[in-house]
Design a protein around this ligand. Structure first.
Ligand code: HGY
Ligand code: MN
Ligand code: MN
Length: 417
């Protein structure tokens, strides 16, 4: 059998072409979910899918996938990731998983290989959750972890709803929720952390994803004159928000790794130099591979927030924006990734993912695993995100071999016309 050859230049050209969509001045991209930029990126990838004669489908929340027929019908070997980005995104987060899957399919076509099972490549709506929380929204709805109507009604940071934006860009498709349960699901992704680079390792065979807890805290106080109001008479919402932020970091410091915590957004109003803030809105992102520790962290922070607010005569309310328990990937598939990487002569490390991914939504319904390639400086959600072409090629070669194994190659003698 001619081994299908990945063509690195073709893959990198597509990564750079998609990188032009939503390109930022100083590099990187901003393709917030369901924005015009996400729309343009979707159309570009759909055109590439059509050029490969694939059968395209879009479901009710805009997830889109393309299927390369096998000689047998039935659940496909599916690869996939996302096109949407955060506002300071890099060229590789999500895009690599979609375009590498497209490259694997094109290499199969070039080599004239027929597979027993169909092979599919998909992109999923709003993986980032940056505009509309929670993250992994599309894949979560597709796999039944999130409710469609609830998600369509979610209002984003700019006041628009998922449903209205989905219709506006024309990606409210006909396929129902759970339209497709793959034979297995594979996602290649940049690690987005420092582990592979620090350990000089080429491939991550990802064992699972840590738990994720996103909260929004709203603190209400009393605006007052910064000069005339004695400290004892203040209800300073800004102070309470700052105390919550310090407690957020203290939890990570005291729990120690792998606990992480982040205050990504903090807005005080009226936000003027001489006015004691009457209101503060902030987000907290807590993560841990151990769900019981994650729950402890959540409880401790909520309790502290109540106490800080009470001490300042303020009120505080918490809204859950996302909550996903840790997920384990399929150990046999993880082993296969590690074995194929080693067989290709690559160093490989089994490791959990610090970031959330669409793959975690498929894990409960089919064997699922991920392949990591290194992130330079561990940087991601940063316009300087970078992974070298040779490092990408190593990961895509592993992806190809696992897809061939899972899809089954039809010997030339048995090929169908
Ligand atoms: O937040 C995450 O981990 C992912 O980038 N959505
Ligand atoms: Mn991603
Ligand atoms: Mn991301």
């Amino acid at each position: 059998m001619t081994q299908p050859a990945i063509i690195p230049d073709r893959l990198m050209a597509r990564i750079f072409m998609l990188g032009k969509v939503g390109a930022l001045e100083g590099g990187g991209v901003c393709r917030l979910a369901l924005s015009d930029e996400d729309w343009a990126g979707r159309d570009l990838v759909c055109n590439w899918m059509k050029e490969l004669d694939l059968e395209l489908m879009t479901d009710v929340i805009g997830n889109t996938w393309a299927i390369r027929k096998g000689i047998e019908s039935g659940p496909p070997v599916m690869m996939g990731s996302h096109i949407d980005s955060v506002a300071t995104g890099g060229l590789y987060d999500g895009a690599l998983g979609v375009l590498a899957g497209l490259e694997v399919i094109e290499a199969l076509n070039d080599a004239g290989i027929q597979t027993r099972r169909p092979v599919a490549i998909g992109f999923f709506t709003n993986e980032e959750g940056a505009r509309f929380a929670p993250d992994m929204m599309g894949s979560g709805v597709a796999q039944g972890a999130l409710d469609l109507d609830e998600m369509l009604a979610v209002t984003g940071i700019d006041g628009k709803t998922v449903g209205s934006e989905l219709s506006r860009i024309g990606y409210a498709g006909a396929a129902p929720v759970k339209a497709i349960t793959p034979h297995c699901f594979l996602e290649i992704h940049v690690e987005q952390g420092p582990v592979l680079e620090t350990e000089n390792t080429a491939i991550g065979a990802v064992t699972g994803v840590q738990g994720i807890s996103w909260s929004e805290y709203v603190i209400e106080g009393t605006s007052n004159h910064a000069g005339t109001t004695p400290i004892s008479m203040r209800n300073d919402a800004g102070l309470v928000a700052a105390q919550i932020a310090c407690e957020t970091r203290a939890i990570a410091d005291e729990f120690g790794p792998p606990q992480v915590s982040t205050v990504g957004m903090l807005d005080v109003s009226p936000g003027l130099v001489n006015v004691v803030p009457e209101r503060a809105v902030m987000t907290v992102d807590l993560r841990n591979t151990d769900d019981s520790l994650l729950k402890q962290a959540e409880m401790r922070l909520n309790q502290a927030a109540e106490e800080f607010a009470k001490a300042q005569g303020c009120s505080v309310t918490r809204r859950c924006l996302a909550r996903f328990a840790p997920v384990e990937f399929d150990s046999a598939l993880v082993d296969m990734i590690a074995d194929e990487a080693a067989a290709l002569g690559h160093s490989v490390k089994k490791m959990p993912s610090g970031a959330g991914h669409d793959a975690q939504m498929f894990a409960p319904s089919c064997p699922t695993a991920m392949i990591f390639v290194p992130s330079q400086g561990g940087l991601s959600h940063n316009i300087r995100e970078y992974t070298a072409p040779a490092e990408i090629l190593a990961g895509v070669d592993v992806l190809m071999r696992v897809v061939l194994n899972q899809a089954g190659v039809v010997p030339r003698t048995e090929q169908k016309p």
